[in-house]
Design a binder for this molecule. Sequence first.
Ligand code: FES
Length: 276
Amino acid sequence: MYKIIRKEDLSPVVKLLEVSAPLIADKAQPGQFVILRLDEEGERIPLTIADFDREKGTITVIFLEVGKTTTQLGKMVEGDKILNLIGPLGNPSEMEDFGTVVCIGGGVGVAPLYPIARALKESGNTVISIIGARCKDLLILEDEMREVSDELYITTDDGSVGHHGFVSDILKRLIEEGRIIDRVIAIGPLIMMKVVVGVTKPYDIKTIVSLNPIMVDGTGMCGSCRVIVGGEVRFACVDGPEFDGHLVDFDNLMKRNTRFLEEEAKSVEEYKRRCR
Ligand code: FES
């Protein structure tokens, strides 16, 4: 059992949990994820590791309450225990001094981006970060990202803070201003990553995306998380979660990610009914 030692509401629907998991904390690297199960009958869900503290033996996850399990998880409090937590899973982010790296995060995608941006900075890169959300209240980790970035840009869809528009607008502007960009890392909604890749492709700027397909076992056996990259089938849990964005078939992945919407809606409804 894994004890929750800290809980923070980053917004009414975005929650942070710091969980005691010494063995995972000891091995965790930026870019990796865990799979958790709340109880015997619970589904297994992947969550990217937003931070880890080897000395305290804790990992931090940040998630949006979007389905039944994340809603249930969001209701847990300090002292509660999670039944199963496996990880760290997936490959760590490639880390070296690339030069200037633009780190782009959308929504809760800023959470996994943060340890990557921090490690890139520590590796000697100039880090330009662009973080965005639908509105000011959903923007997370602004202070943390500012701390590890040489420049930070903020965007919101509704203009409630920062640039009124999308993260890709700022990226486009930087490129058009002639800034030298050696690499882009984008993590967020699939449509955001697809648009970012569309911006960098004509300029041949290496762009890494972190994919979040539906996962079951997280060990490459079930096939649930398959994605098409460069025309080949890859499994996000063992081959990813990061891939060369210019090679990813986003349309196929967007379609696959909707395949359980009906079941998910039923499950949320049933959970709410039981809570009432
Ligand atoms: S989650 Fe089963 S193969 Fe990746």
